[in-house]
Design a protein around this ligand. Structure first.
Ligand code: GRF
Length: 195
């Protein structure tokens, strides 16, 4: 982090979403705190009706609504925008698309994701349902680097909670989501401190 006129330059972040955006909201809330290392400069959504987009209304944050994973020319446009905004880290937060390889390569080691399970267990979708069906004693969430294999990049931070006896899928989902909100910004801080 560079020091300019006694102030620290914050790292510029982009957050990619597809839906509800509760993790985006939590990342944003933390960015407004006094000693935050980062600011969110850009939000990319592949869905125009993503509820998460409401979180950046009336804020000085750029928005791109495009399913750029469909074509390389769209992907390159997003990459240009990311460079323009001097984005240092991309946070996937409920982004339901697979990033193309060329995209991952151009932000190598600078894309992270949050997944609602104790990876490497329960990669992919419906994690909480599978946790409940298998009577797992613990579950949790994992923030990891993104590589070309699904939910398989190096783990940055993992937090766990105990699954209650006969706990419903809905209750597990709710409690893990709360844990995600506490975990994502800590993982971001960890990554940014290593830059
Ligand atoms: C979260 O559970 C996240 O771990 C998963 O998708 C969900 C997104 O929720 N990848 P939200 O859009 O951040 O509310």
């Amino acid at each position: 982090m560079k020091k300019l006129n006694g102030n620290f330059d914050k790292f510029n972040l982009a957050v990619f979403i597809s839906g509800r955006g509760s993790n985006l909201k939590s990342i944003l809330d933390h960015s407004f705190k006094k000693n935050s290392l980062y600011q969110v400069k850009l939000v990319v959504s592949n869905k125009k009706n993503a509820k998460g987009l409401l979180a950046i209304r009336n804020k000085n944050i750029k928005k791109l609504v495009v399913d750029f994973t469909k074509s390389k020319s769209l992907g390159n446009k997003v990459l240009v925008k990311l460079k323009e905004e001097k984005i240092k880290l991309i946070c996937l937060a409920g982004f339901m698309k697979i990033l193309p390889n060329y995209f991952i390569k151009s932000y190598k080691g600078k894309i992270i994701n949050i997944h609602p399970s104790l990876l490497p267990k329960y990669k992919g979708l419906n994690t909480h349902k599978r946790v409940a069906l298998n009577n797992e004693k613990f579950t949790g969430c994992t923030v990891h680097y993104v590589n070309k294999k699904l939910d398989a990049g190096k783990i940055i931070l993992q937090k766990k909670i105990k699954v209650k006896k006969n706990e419903s899928v809905r209750s597990i989902q709710k409690r893990v989501l709360k844990l995600e909100h506490k975990t994502y910004y800590k993982a971001i801080k960890k990554v940014l401190s290593s830059f």
